[in-house]
Design a protein around this ligand. Structure first.
Ligand SMILES: [Cu+2]
Length: 162
């Protein structure tokens, strides 16, 4: 064993460290402004954030989990030509391209927090763990707020609907 136990530990513990206000950095990934709306216990919550990948390789977000909900699913919303909004599960995860970013925002990708165990009240934080294909897990906290954070508004990359 040439590696010290400390180094091995550093390689496996990948708690995301808060960076700028509400942002988390984990390796080449930045998780920006995670937030969710107020909701009652037993209801489904919806989580939003932006995932940016500054690295040279794509990273896939495989799934997410939270002690605050019975289950967390990755969904995408889309508008049919008839103007009907529908959503579907993204069981294969979501690829964050090298040098790119993916917005989880109203009308697009989002996290469904199925069966909230407690109410989400304004100002509280809901913990969610993101699990990536490179073996990393990032624990982030969704801030409970009624309206999108300023940084999440007006993101042109998210607007693909006609
Ligand atoms: Cu959904």
């Amino acid at each position: 064993m040439r590696h010290t136990p400390l180094l091995a530990l550093a390689a496996t513990i990948t708690l995301a460290a808060p960076a700028l206000a509400g942002d988390y950095k984990i390796g080449a990934l930045t998780i920006k402004t995670p937030w969710t709306r107020p909701a009652q216990a037993g209801m489904n919550g919806v989580g939003f954030m932006t995932l940016a990948n500054a690295g040279p390789k794509p990273v896939t977000l495989l799934r997410a989990e939270s002690p605050a909900a019975g289950k967390v699913e990755i969904h995408s919303s889309s508008m049919s030509p008839a103007g009907v909004m529908s959503m579907r599960r993204e069981d294969k995860g979501v690829v964050i391209p090298a040098g790119g970013q993916v917005a989880f925002a109203s009308g697009g990708y989002h996290f469904m927090l199925l069966g909230l165990k407690q109410p989400q009240a304004q100002g509280q934080k809901t913990p969610v763990t993101l699990i990536f294909d490179n073996g990393r897990r990032a624990l982030v906290e969704l801030t409970v707020q009624a309206a999108p954070p300023p940084a999440a508004k007006g993101m042109p990359a998210d607007h693909q609907h006609p």
